[in-house]
Design a binder for this molecule. Structure first.
Ligand SMILES: [Zn+2]
Length: 252
C-alpha cells in the first residue's frame, strides 16, 4: 500500500499550527516541542541503526532521540517521532536510521518528518529561485548544502527529499554522501548540523518528567534521596550536583 502524501502534508500543517507555527518557515523543533503537554524528551546514545523511539503512556509520553546521530538527523528524528506521538495508534515505536524504509507507519512517519521540517511550498520557492540564478538550471552540491542548512536537516534527509521530488537523481545523490562537513564549511557554514551531540550532552532528559520530579519534591511527596535518585536516573546530575559549567550564566 502506498502512503497518502496529501494526508501527511495536511497532518504536518495541523501539527505546525497546533504548536503555533506557520506552515512554511524553518523551525527550531527541539525548542518547539517543549510546549507539548506531558512530553519528555530523552537524548541517549542508541545503537548505530536506530534513530529514536516513542513510548506513549496514560500519564507521560516519552520520545528518545539517538544523540550519536548528527544534530540535523536528530531534528528529523524528532519530527518523525511526533508522527508516532500524534498519529500512530501503537503505544511504542522503535525507529531506524534509514529514511523511507520499513512498514507503512515508518514510511509515513518519515514523510511526515520531511514535510514538517521542509514544507513543500517553501522548498519549491527555494529551488525555483536557485535554478533561476544558475547557469545550468540544475541543483549543484552548493545548492544542496544551502537547502539543508536553511531547513536544518541532515544530508540524508535533504537528498532523499530531492530525489523523491525528482530534483536530483540517485547517481548525483551518491556523490554527495561523502565529504559532507567539508562541503558545508567551505561555504562558510558552521559544522554544528553535521556533528553528534557533544559527549557530555549525549545523556539528557528535558520536559515533563523533570517538571514532575520537582513538583513531587516541592510538595513533599518524595524524599530528598528519592528526588536525587530520580534526577540521576534521568541523567540530570547537573540538577543534583549543580552545573559543572565554569562559565556560569549570563543575563543578556
Ligand atoms: Zn518510527
Amino acid at each position: 500500500m502506498a502512503i497518502n502524501k496529501t494526508d501527511l502534508l495536511i497532518k504536518t500543517q495541523e501539527t505546525r499550527n497546533a504548536l503555533g507555527e506557520d506552515d512554511h518557515s524553518p523551525m527550531d523543533i527541539f525548542s518547539l516541542v517543549q510546549q507539548i503537554d506531558k512530553l519528555t524528551i530523552v537524548k541517549y546514545p542508541m545503537g548505530d541503526r536506530l534513530s529514536g523511539m516513542c513510548v506513549k503512556g496514560n500519564y507521560n509520553n516519552i520520545i528518545v532521540i539517538n544523540s550519536k546521530n548528527t544534530l540535523g538527523r536528530q531534528r528529523f528524528s524528532l519530527a518523525h517521532e511526533l508522527y508516532h506521538l500524534y498519529y500512530d495508534d501503537n503505544m511504542t515505536a522503535i525507529c531506524l536510521n534509514s529514511i523511507g524504509s520499513g512498514n507503512d507507519i515508518e514510511k509515513s512517519a518519515d514523510q511526515f518528518a520531511t514535510y514538517f521540517l521542509i514544507p513543500p511550498v517553501t522548498l519549491q520557492q527555494k529551488i525555483k529561485e536557485t535554478k533561476r540564478l544558475s547557469v545550468t538550471h540544475q541543483l549543484n552540491i552548493d545548492d544542496v548544502v544551502n537547502l539543508e542548512q536553511y531547513f536544518g536537516v541532515s544530508r540524508q534527509a535533504i537528498l532523499s527529499r530531492l530525489i523523491s521530488e525528482n530534483e536530483i537523481d540517485q547517481s548525483f545523490a551518491e556523490t554527495m554522501k561523502t565529504n559532507v562537513i567539508q562541503s558545508a564549511v567551505s561555504l562558510g557554514y558552521s559544522d554544528e548540523l553535521y556533528r553528534p551531540s557533544p559527549e557530555n550532552k549525549q545523556y539528557m532528559t528535558n520536559g515533563y518528567l523533570i517538571k514532575q520530579i520537582n513538583e513531587a519534591y516541592n510538595k513533599d511527596l518524595i524524599s530528598n534521596g528519592k528526588y536525587e535518585e530520580l534526577l540521576l536516573q534521568a541523567f540530570r546530575s547537573d540538577l543534583v550536583f549543580g552545573y559543572d559549567d565554569e562559565r556560569g550564566e549570563t543575563f543578556d
